[in-house]
Design a protein around this ligand. Structure first.
Ligand code: UD1
Ligand code: BG6
Length: 365
């Protein structure tokens, strides 16, 4: 049921304060996180040689968003695999690996074939899925249900933010025995209950994102630059625009800007730069300066109150978002880009919930 909304995608975007609440429900304690589906396996995970995240599309992007924190809290190397690429290469996998499969539906063919492959190689296989009883949930050794509620829009929105929060909670659970990160760990656990409120706050940008979409109706192409925790936000924001608004868009690692993308910069190509406060902030400030010097058409996403310090000129558009802990910032930052993709699609008159040529669950290779 769409309720008061015109489309499922719109409903699911606005539902995120609620879906994140249900994702965390029953799993937070004072200074601790309890994931019932993982607790008997944490020791094995902590002793693994490597943690490999495997998924497709938005689920892969969610793992990319969680990787920095997973590495920081576990102290274990974390790698990422697009399921199809792992299969194409028949990538190396060991018994000492923990393979984490991320899939909203739990039925994506490539992800399930990669799971068969990992099981054959003796890795511990962990599932992160929204679908109780799915093939992924049944065939993995253990896992976590994201409990985001049924997602109908083909473009994944609320499952993405819930997947990130589950992977952050997983990192918090794995890192429970590590002394050096204890204060950061506790600060994040204690800030999690407020995250849905921060998402409600960022949803108030809805009209602003509609205005921005109006200014972009005619564009042929769009770039999104991010780095660090928000490299994933760049890929996922661009994927949303591509999937539903049927507009060419590319997410890029800002650190690679000088190695090619800079050649594209001119007065017409819109470039969204994610420059919220974290350890990469000053590097992103310098990226903005360099794009401005080349007369780039800039749209900057920054933390509340930072507009004047990050924007080089009046012509630069700003999206101001609430600041949260660095590892949770991707949950906030994707929301305006989901809204932008949604409004751009509606304004262009395309089908929001059933984009051309795409399926919610890709069950064939
Ligand atoms: C479980 C119950 C939940 C109940 C809670 C109370 C289910 C589905 N969940 O939630 O209703 O309120 O206990 O303590 O009954 N699993 C996999 N692979 C996956 C996902 C999950 O093997 O991809 C396994 C887990 O290891 C676990 C089980 O499925 O054994 C349930 O996982 P999850 O729902 O995340 O566990 P709880 O949060 O403890
Ligand atoms: C499809 C969907 O391509 O599969 C995407 O249209 C999704 O939204 C991708 O991200 C992966 O799906 P799942 O269910 O494995 O997360």
């Amino acid at each position: 049921k769409k309720g008061n909304y015109d489309h499922f995608m719109q409903k699911e975007i606005h539902e995120q304060p609620h879906s994140l609440t249900t994702t965390m429900r029953g799993r937070l304690r004072a200074n601790d996180v309890v994931l019932g589906g993982l607790k008997d396996h944490l020791k094995t995970i902590r002793h693994s040689r490597r943690i490999i995240f495997i998924g497709c599309g938005t689920s892969y992007n969610a793992a990319l968003a969680a990787r920095p924190f997973m590495e920081e809290l576990s102290g274990i190397p974390v790698t990422l695999e697009l399921a199809s690429d792992l299969l194409d290469r028949q990538g190396v996998m060991y018994r000492e690996d923990t393979a984490v499969f991320v899939s909203q539906s739990g039925e994506t063919a490539d992800t399930l074939l990669a799971l068969e492959y990992a099981l054959e190689h003796g890795a511990l296989c962990v599932g992160i899925t929204n679908t109780v009883g799915s093939t992924l949930a049944r065939k993995t050794h253990c896992g976590v249900h994201i409990n985001a509620g049924c997602e109908i829009g083909v473009a994944s929105t609320k499952a993405y933010t819930s997947q990130i929060v589950v992977m952050v909670m997983m990192a918090l659970a794995i890192g429970a025995d590590k002394i050096s990160t204890q204060s950061k760990r506790e600060a994040i656990i204690n800030s999690l209950p407020d995250l849905p409120n921060k998402v409600s706050e960022v949803l108030k940008l809805d009209n602003e994102m509609k205005d921005l979409a109006e200014s972009l109706i005619e564009v042929q192409s769009l770039l999104v630059f991010g780095r660090g925790y928000n490299y994933a936000t760049a890929l996922e924001g661009a994927l949303k625009v591509k999937e539903v608004a049927l507009t060419h868009s590319e997410g890029m690692l800002a650190g690679e800007m000088k190695h090619g993308p800079l050649a594209l910069v001119d007065e017409t190509l819109p470039i969204i730069v994610i420059a919220t406060r974290d350890a990469c902030f000053s590097k992103q400030q310098s990226v903005i300066q360099q794009l401005h010097a080349r007369k780039g058409r800039l749209i900057v996403m920054c933390s509340n109150g930072d507009a004047s310090s990050v924007c080089p000129s009046e012509s630069c558009r700003v999206i101001e978002v609430p600041q949260v802990a660095d590892c949770l910032q991707p949950v906030i930052n994707i929301v305006p880009l989901q809204l932008l993709a949604y409004h751009l699609t509606v304004l262009r008159g395309y089908d929001v919930d059933q984009p051309r040529n795409l399926a919610k669950s890709v069950t064939t290779q």
